[in-house]
Design a protein. Structure first.
Length: 294
């Protein structure tokens, strides 16, 4: 059996796809990549679009629905809160470091960055968290191309960057990281560092095969909590992020909700049962939104 993997054309996405192909190969399954360009790959800045939009997944999911590819591999942070009809997440491989990476040639740690420094960010949730710090940082929208952003840093267009530690690791350039920021300082985007392997829900044997070859249980549990938070918070009008991990106390979930300008901001954390990740995520989102007033 040969499995065709639908994947974005971006360099880091191709690396992600190859990692899934390697897992399948190790299980004795032949796999090949089918790169597909998405709307998001044409965006000029990384803040375009709404939180949870399918700008990096739509074209690939459409190819999956039509049967042109057997599975789709997405960066988990790019998924909308609700998947397209007839498509399921069948496996979550072992997650890479979900933390934010502070990258700069002006400071070795974020706390050393000068008041009013220009910080390049993509995504929706990073900007309000920077603003909430109260250091007058100028939030600069950047493209979804790590190498282009690193060039902008070297040219002085920005003083620092907030990037995904996982993406830098996948590209083999984690040496540029000055500091990996703790979750209680900058909460990573939901699903950051994890991959979603999707298949059509009617292909039961394929789903079983891919799950057995690729799924990591601990990563899957954390993602269930984060995505349940996502679904509960979507449509609230708030900007938000959440990160879950299994600890000796159980399942630990940290999250924030905010207005886009951070004029109202609320951060909290909770511990719950490992075997009830969806309930924990949903209930925590509802609690935070109630405190937030949304």
């Amino acid at each position: 059996m040969k499995i065709t993997i639908g994947i974005r054309t971006a360099k880091v996405s191709l690396v992600q796809g190859k990692s899934v192909a390697a897992l399948l190969h190790a299980a004795g399954v032949e796999a090949e990549l089918a790169p597909i360009r998405t709307i998001g790959d044409s965006l000029e800045v990384g803040l375009a679009g709404q939180q949870g939009a399918d700008i990096f997944t739509k074209e690939i999911d459409e190819a999956l629905s039509r049967g042109e590819v057997d599975v789709a591999v997405h960066d988990m942070s790019h998924l909308a809160p609700t998947l397209p009809k007839g498509i399921s997440i069948v496996a979550v491989p072992a997650r890479f470091d979900p933390r934010e990476a502070f990258v700069s040639n002006r400071a070795r740690k974020m706390g050393e960055l000068k008041q009013g420094a220009r910080v390049g960010v993509s995504g929706v949730s990073r900007g309000p968290q920077l603003t909430h710090m109260g250091k007058g940082f100028e939030v600069v929208p950047i493209v979804h191309d790590i190498e282009a952003n690193l060039r902008a840093l070297s040219e002085g267009t920005v003083d620092a960057l907030l990037l995904s530690s996982a993406e830098l690791e996948r590209l083999g350039i984690e040496n540029v990281i000055c500091e990996r920021l703790p979750v209680d300082k900058i909460v990573p985007a939901i699903g950051q560092g994890a991959l979603a392997i999707q298949a059509r829900s009617d292909r039961k044997e394929l789903m079983k095969l891919v799950s057995k070859a690729c799924h990591n249980n601990a990563s899957g549990i954390a993602i269930k909590a984060e995505r349940a938070f996502f679904k509960a918070a979507a449509g609230s009008g708030a900007v938000f992020a959440a990160n879950a991990e299994i600890t000796p106390k159980g399942l630990h979930l940290a999250a924030f909700v905010s207005t886009p300008d951070a004029s109202r901001f609320h951060f909290d954390r909770i511990d719950g049962k490992v075997d009830e990740p969806a309930e924990l995520g949903k209930n925590f989102a509802e609690r935070l939104l109630e405190k937030f007033g949304g």
